[in-house]
Design a protein around this ligand. Structure first.
Ligand code: NAD
Ligand code: UGA
Length: 480
């Protein structure tokens, strides 16, 4: 029997649910796509007439929202109604690392996923395909199935008797390029065993993804493949950052090493950019999840192997703070340092696990006076991340301002306002506008001897040196 899909419900209007469902709505005009969330503020922002207010910044997303919202794309807090009418329900809620209890610090906290399964069990009518879009530990589908089946057995047979299929369909988009990744994915992965359900889900993607890119596996392989993909990507970053540290010690240049190894087709050139360490909501959490699962299944050496990737990343972040202090004559107490970039990568307003958080905290701990700029991250978010929310009045820097509180920070909403009196500038996110700074102009404003620390390799070393500034670049042993 062919299952016809007319209504989709996605639970979770976050960084995945929002863009993913927008692209589905854009590509499938005859399907009504309803994105629901219990967070009313977030839903209001998704519905804001001013597209600048959308709760997440993602290049190209505003245009799609403009085309589809109100046509076949809807954002709502009415979870019950939208579950009732859905043929397919995507679960796209957060799955952070558990903070307490068994597995704390490693295992994923599945309480939000479980809550969704219970809501679906309560309200769904007729045959409903439930899709795991969130990143989940292997065997989570079993939990979801058990909860759904418990509701099935309670029903008396009838036309609207709920009947569920559970599929895994992990998301591989990266923030900042989400729309491009969704419109032209390397692959769409669907795990499950019911042919009709798999066909129904595939039929959505077939509207724009070629058949040979839609991969089918069993449900456990699909769940594990998602964790493995993130672990492999993060592992490459820890690998290149470890070599970068060796380059700095030996006079080699990590960019040259990366280019040399990346031309080997077996290695490939992607994900070899040395930086301040990987951030983002998923790499660390997904690897720790893999560590937990490996230990759980008695594979302790496998767990240790993957744990090393996260440990190296943390070590690397602190290494950067330490070398800033070392180069500034061993102390930053009372010195002004201008931080350029707070998001975990360019083209997103997301700061979750951003390396900037650890590096800024280290410098504040050392008594530095920080000024922080980011084109998309708001000051209030930075305050939360730095644990300074108890003082919600963030100091916003103006031109000619002289903020000088040791161990404190202020926000500069214009790039040019933060250089005055600074002993150092630290580039932590690769925003395009930072590569266009006129160093000979800003050098005149800084206190000498002054430093530029480029943790993203986006600054032209010659321009900085000609501007009479000292220069340090990640993974570069030759520049002083
Ligand atoms: P997010 O925190 O941005 O969004 C999750 C949303 O779910 C929140 O708005 C929250 O209010 C809502 N929610 C939680 N429980 C709910 C419930 N019971 N009912 C209704 N709404 C509920 O998270 P995200 O970044 O979109 O990530 C979601 C999942 O996708 C995670 O498992 C993550 O690992 C995975 N993932 C994320 C990315 C990424 O780039 N962020 C990429 C691929 C996969
Ligand atoms: C990552 C994966 O790339 C996605 O495929 C996956 O779907 C997603 O995680 C997820 O599951 O959440 P994302 O975290 O959005 O996507 O961004 P990435 O481009 O992977 O960057 C992650 C971090 O690694 C960033 O801090 C970035 O600056 C850093 N990075 C990336 C490097 O330091 N060097 C590189 O060469 C690449």
């Amino acid at each position: 029997m062919t299952i016809s899909v007319k209504n989709i419900c996605c639970i979770g209007a976050g960084y995945v649910g929002g863009p993913t469902m927008s692209v589905i709505a854009d590509k499938c005009r005859d399907i009504s796509v309803n994105v629901v969330d219990k967070n009313e503020d977030r839903i209001n922002l998704w519905n804001s007439p001013n597209l600048e207010d959308l709760p997440i910044y993602e290049p190209g997303l505003d245009k799609i929202i403009k085309r589809c919202r109100g046509r076949n794309l809807f954002f709502s807090t009415n979870i019950k109604k939208n579950i009732e009418i859905a043929d397919i329900i995507f679960i796209s809620v957060n799955t952070p690392t558990k903070k307490k209890g068994i597995g704390a610090g490693q295992a994923s906290d599945l309480k939000w996923v479980e809550a969704c399964a219970r809501e679906v069990a309560k309200y769904a009518k007729g045959r409903t395909i439930v899709v795991e879009k969130s990143t989940l530990p292997v065997k989570t589908a079993e939990v979801i199935k058990t909860i759904l089946e418990a509701s099935q057995s309670k029903e008396i047979s009838g036309e609207l008797n709920p009947f569920f299929d559970v599929l895994s369909n992990p998301e591989f988009l990266a923030e900042g390029s989400a729309i491009k990744d969704l419109e032209d994915p390397d692959r769409v992965l669907i795990g499950g065993d019911n042919e009709e359900a798999i066909l129904a889900l595939s039929s959505i993607y077939r509207n724009w993804v070629p058949d040979n890119k839609i991969l089918h596996t069993n449900i456990w392989s699909s769940e594990l493949a998602k964790l493995t993909a993130n672990a492999f990507l993060a592992q490459r970053i820890s690998s290149i950052n470890s070599i970068g540290a060796l380059c700095e010690a030996t006079g080699a240049d990590v960019r040259e090493v990366a280019r040399a190894i990346g031309t080997d087709k077996r290695i490939g050139s992607k994900f070899l950019d040395s930086g301040p360490g990987f951030g983002g909501s998923c790499f660390k959490k997904d690897i720790l999840n893999l560590v937990y699962l490996s230990n759980y299944f008695g594979l302790n050496d496998v767990a240790l192997f993957w744990e090393g990737v996260v440990k190296l990343n943390t070590w690397h972040q602190h290494r950067i703070s330490k070398l800033i202090v070392k180069n500034l004559f061993g102390t930053v107490t009372g010195k002004k340092i201008y931080i350029l970039g707070f998001s975990f990568k360019a083209n997103t307003n997301d700061t979750r696990e951003s390396s900037a958080i650890n590096i800024c905290k280290d410098l504040l701990e050392e008594g530095a006076i920080l000024t922080i700029n980011d084109p998309k991250v708001e000051s209030i978010q930075i305050a939360k991340d730095l644990g300074k929310i108890e003082n919600p009045k963030v100091h916003i820097m103006n031109e000619n301002d002289n903020f000088s509180l040791e161990g404190e920070w202020c926000y500069s909403d214009k790039i040019n306002n933060g250089f005055a009196g600074s002993d150092a500038v630290v580039v932590l996110t690769e925003w395009y506008e930072y590569s266009k700074i006129n160093w000979s102009e800003v050098s005149k404003l800084m206190r000498k001897p002054a430093w530029v620390f480029d943790a993203r390799s986006i600054i032209n070393p010659n321009e900085v040196k000609e501007a009479n500034l000292n220069f340090w670049r990640i993974g570069d042993g030759s520049i002083t």
